[in-house]
Design a protein. Structure first.
Length: 185
């Protein structure tokens, strides 16, 4: 029972960190990153589908993304979807591919992006603390039911708290790294 609670907490904390990594990858920096376009949906043949299902996205250089559609007829729809995604990007198409220049970030936009990264970090820390809470409740219930001893309960609570501290520190490090990436030119 003790190991189950610790395993459950570790698994949930891992998922929170992985989600944080994905969210931070989507936060725009001054560099071209295909993950920025992951949430974009394109109207294709009457349905809304993710961009990665209608085209490949590649990095041409540090400030340019190139989107190559699988079907040339969807070039206009892709350009429209990227332009209206609220990312501050102005795509151009030449009939074959869509080029998305990544403009340099302004000081104000950098502050907004840092705040966004910190918000994602806070969400991850909340998820980590929720996992701790659930594991602690599981351990306390097991002790009440007589499945584990009081010593095992104390040991389990200490292990869960140590894991919580470790995962929280990792989340803070990820956010700090992203903040440094956003603020540097």
């Amino acid at each position: 029972m003790l190991n189950d609670a610790i395993e459950l907490a570790t698994s949930a904390m891992d998922k929170a960190l992985e989600r944080l990594r994905k969210e931070l990858a989507r936060v725009r920096t001054g560099r071209a990153n295909p993950a920025m376009l992951d949430d974009i949906r394109v109207d294709s043949y009457g349905s809304s589908v993710p961009l990665n299902q209608v085209a490949t996205v590649s990095v041409a250089d540090a400030r340019l993304l190139v989107i190559k559609p699988f079907d040339r007829n969807s070039v206009g729809a892709i350009e429209k979807a990227v332009g209206s995604a609220g990312l501050g990007l102005n795509p151009n198409n030449d009939g074959v591919v869509v080029r998305v220049p990544i403009p340099p970030l302004t000081g104000e936009r950098r502050k907004e992006l840092v705040k966004q990264a910190k918000d994602h970090g806070e969400e991850a820390k909340i998820a980590i603390r929720q996992a701790r809470r659930e594991a602690n409740e599981m351990l306390k219930d097991a002790e009440k039911d007589g499945d584990i001893s009081e010593d095992d309960l104390k040991k389990g609570l200490d292990v869960v708290q140590t894991k919580t501290n470790d995962f929280t520190k990792k989340a803070e490090e990820l956010v700090a790294a992203k903040e440094a990436e956003i603020t540097k030119d």
